[in-house]
Structures are given as structure tokens and as C-alpha cells.
Design a protein around this ligand. Structure first.
Ligand code: ADP
Ligand code: GN1
Ligand code: MG
Length: 378
């Protein structure tokens, strides 16, 4: 048996693996993925002549305060999806996540007071991407998230717990997180980012626009994913077809617009989320169009006109929101997002705000693309 060394938590991860009902003999386990919140491991097991891989995740208990409710949500959503996928003649073992319970029959394993682990089957022959080489590949992820939205159309969103309250309530985040962080300025960092602070503050009036539409009942709450980064979709390694949507921790009642928007923010940018050279950061309209086509081809019939009219605006708003979240975390001393170096959150914030600026100059074109794609669907 060959054990890969995983820093100083080698001991504990192997004891964690032994708590789950996995088949076969452990071959290796290593850290994996580029997520900012949870810690992900891939564990390989020998099963007879073959191999079985499992994904094991340490859920971030500081971010997700109620792990029981979170796991209730993911089990409820994945069981529902399995049913729909079967009805549609698909393969539920491949097209949605398959969670593995612990040997005690629990949905997750609780280590010490702050560590929670859960496990699922690694989707065979699949890969995730941090960027798409072609608009077609990105468009395919739009189809996958659109289909995810459509398949969950019959699931009552009121039955889901809210795993992070006010997750995409931009004005709430401004008033209750950004302004207090700025006021306290615990690390004395605000002086070094005045331009970014002014950029955010000057857009305050736009921050509540979607919330208002929800209050006026023009936009409904639906079952939404809320974290639709390209690397939260698995593609088939050979054909590059989308296989399944993953990272279901933030599936909860929400605004479908933001599922579209967050994917655009990440995948239609010409640069990585933490690119330092800001002149490399812009919105690629070909990618925007490919995603819009893909998303609306599946979810178009579900969304109402008010939602469609706000797809482009929501893309700007979610980018502003994340820029503000990164800056808030920087001001707070980097407590929320994983960082690789001291100024990482500030770099990410500047990057997102540069993208906002470019998107603002392209809003009319984005709206035209949405309109054309909607007409294609009607
Ligand atoms: P995070 O919340 O940290 O983003 P994810 O659930 O997105 O965690 O998982 C991190 C990465 O692990 C994904 O981007 C993907 O590459 C890989 N991964 C996660 N689940 C699976 C799975 N079931 N099958 C294959 N790869 C997976
Ligand atoms: C986090 O876990 P991950 O890396 O998929 C964050 C998202 C941000 C994203 C930015 C629960 O997502 O909201 O948009 O980083 N998830 C949470 O990359 O806060
Ligand atoms: Mg992820």
C-alpha cells in the first residue's frame, strides 16, 4: 500500500477515510482541486482488478454553519435529480453526485468540533476546467447549468434550508459586511485601497435592484446552485461533453439570474480571477454569447421576461458583489477565502472590479445578445 504524504494532517485524513463505507483497499490519497472554501482529497482504492476513486471533502465549518442542514439539502437535491435523470433515460450514477454514507450510516463524519467530512464517488473519466479553450466548451457548461435549473424546476425551493443567508443579497453584503469591515479596518489596510472602496461605494444604488424585483414578485425564488464557476461542472475526458454539475453546498432558494451571472463572471472573463495585470481582464462577448445560447436552450422556457431582461445586468452585479466580498475579506484580514499570498484578496478584488468596468461599457451589447438568444428560443 502506498501512502502519499499530505502535510502534517496525514494521520487524520487516513483515519477519516476509514470511517466511510468505501469498497476495496486504499492505494493513495492526495489533495485536489482549486476551490476557495473546502478542502478536497481524491482517494484511490483497489477493487479486484480495477480501481475506484472517491472524493472526500473537509467542509469549511466557519463558512457553512449548519452542516446537518447542508447535507440534508444535498441528499434531497441529488435524490430528486436521480429520479428525474432516470425518467429522462439518463445515467443517474454519472449525471449527478453520488454520496457515500459513513459506516455508521451518517451523511457525514464529524471529526473534532470544527471538522466535518463527506464523501462521494469520483465521476469516472471526468475532468473539470478552470478556463475554457473555446466558446463551444464554455457554451456546453451553460447548457449543463441550464439543464440543472430545468431539472429542479419541479422541486419546491421552500423545502431547502438556506445554507448561507443573504448569499447573493448584494446590498445586504454592502451594508452588513463591507461597511463594518471598512469602519473597523482591523489590519489598517483601507488606506491602500481607496480607489477600490470609492468604486464600490459609487455603485451602491444599483446593489438592491434585483432584491427589489424579488420583493415586487417580478422575480421568483427558485432552486438555484449559486456557485456556477466553470470548475463546478465535470466534462467527459474523451468527448468533452458535460457530465454533471457538482459543488452543491450552496444549492438553496435563490435567484436564477445569479446562476447565469456567476458563470459569466468566471468563465467569460479573458483572464483568471486573480490575474494581476488588469489590462488582460475583460469580458469576451463570444464566450458570453455561447453561454447565453447554451443556458437559454435549456432554461429559457422556465425563466420569465423580467429574469431574461436582467441577465446582463446581473452579470455585472455579481462581479461587483464578488469584488466587494474579496475586498471585505482583505480588510478583515483574510478570514474567509483561502489565499496563497498576503495581497491575494486585494488582487482578486481589483481584478473583479476591472471586469465590472469593462462589462459596464459592454452592457448594451450584452443585452442585445440576450435578446437575440431569447428570440431564437421562442
Ligand atoms: P470547492 O467547494 O472547494 O470548490 P468542489 O466540490 O468544487 O469543491 O470540488 C473541487 C474539485 O474537485 C472540483 O473542481 C473537481 O475538479 C473535483 N471534484 C469534485 N467532485 C468530484 C466528483 N464527484 N468527481 C470528479 N471530480 C470531482
Ligand atoms: C467560492 O468554493 P468555491 O471556490 O467554488 C465562493 C463563491 C465565490 C468563489 C470565487 C461558499 O467558491 O461564492 O464566487 O469562491 N463560495 C462560497 O471564486 O463562498
Ligand atoms: Mg468548486
Amino acid at each position: 500500500m502506498c501512502y502519499h504524504i499530505i502535510g502534517d494532517y496525514m494521520e487524520s485524513i487516513y483515519s477519516v477515510l476509514s470511517k466511510f463505507d468505501f469498497d476495496g483497499e486504499l492505494i493513495s490519497c492526495k489533495e485536489f482541486g482549486s476551490g476557495h472554501i473546502n478542502k478536497t482529497y481524491i482517494a484511490k482504492y483497489r477493487c479486484g482488478d480495477g480501481e475506484q476513486r472517491y472524493v472526500v471533502q473537509k467542509v469549511n465549518g466557519a463558512v457553512f454553519k449548519n452542516i446537518d442542514e447542508l447535507m440534508e439539502n444535498v441528499f434531497a437535491v441529488t435524490s430528486y435529480l436521480r429520479k428525474v435523470i432516470k425518467e429522462n433515460g439518463g445515467d443517474p450514477d454519472r449525471e449527478t453526485l453520488h454520496y457515500i454514507k459513513t459506516k455508521d450510516g451518517e451523511k457525514y463524519y464529524k471529526g473534532d468540533d470544527t471538522s466535518y467530512y463527506r464523501a462521494y464517488i469520483f465521476v469516472k473519466n471526468s475532468i473539470s476546467y478552470d478556463s475554457a479553450d473555446t466558446p463551444e466548451l464554455f457554451g456546453a457548461s451553460g447548457t449543463a447549468f441550464g439543464k440543472f435549473q430545468k431539472m429542479l424546476g419541479g422541486f419546491d425551493s421552500g423545502k431547502l434550508y438556506v445554507t448561507i443567508p443573504n448569499f447573493h443579497n448584494t446590498i445586504w453584503r454592502y451594508e452588513n459586511e463591507f461597511l463594518p469591515a471598512l469602519k473597523l479596518d482591523v489590519k489598517d489596510r483601507a488606506g491602500g485601497c481607496r480607489d477600490e472602496i470609492d468604486f464600490i461605494t459609487s455603485r451602491k444604488d444599483e446593489m438592491g435592484r434585483i432584491e427589489e424585483l424579488v420583493k415586487e414578485k417580478k422575480i421568483p425564488l427558485r432552486v438555484t446552485h449559486n456557485d456556477t464557476k466553470l470548475n463546478n461542472v465535470m466534462f467527459d475526458k474523451d468527448t468533452n461533453e458535460c457530465v454533471c454539475v457538482i459543488d452543491l453546498d450552496t444549492v438553496m432558494p435563490g435567484v436564477a439570474l445569479f446562476d447565469f451571472a456567476d458563470a459569466i463572471r468566471f468563465g467569460a472573463s479573458t483572464a483568471a480571477e486573480d490575474e494581476k495585470e488588469l489590462d488582460k481582464v475583460s469580458l469576451n462577448l463570444d464566450y458570453f454569447e455561447a453561454y447565453t445560447k447554451g443556458f437559454l436552450s435549456e432554461a429559457g422556457s422556465t425563466l420569465n421576461n423580467c429574469e431574461k431582461e436582467n441577465l446582463a445586468f446581473a452579470s455585472i452585479l455579481i462581479t461587483l458583489e464578488l469584488g466587494m466580498r474579496f475586498l471585505t475579506d482583505y480588510l478583515n484580514g483574510d478570514e474567509y477565502f483561502k489565499t496563497d499570498y498576503a495581497e491575494h484578496n486585494l488582487v482578486r478584488a481589483r481584478n473583479q472590479l476591472a471586469l465590472v468596468k469593462d462589462m459596464e461599457s459592454k452592457l448594451d451589447e450584452m443585452n442585445k445578445i440576450v435578446l437575440n438568444c431569447s428570440l431564437l428560443e421562442s
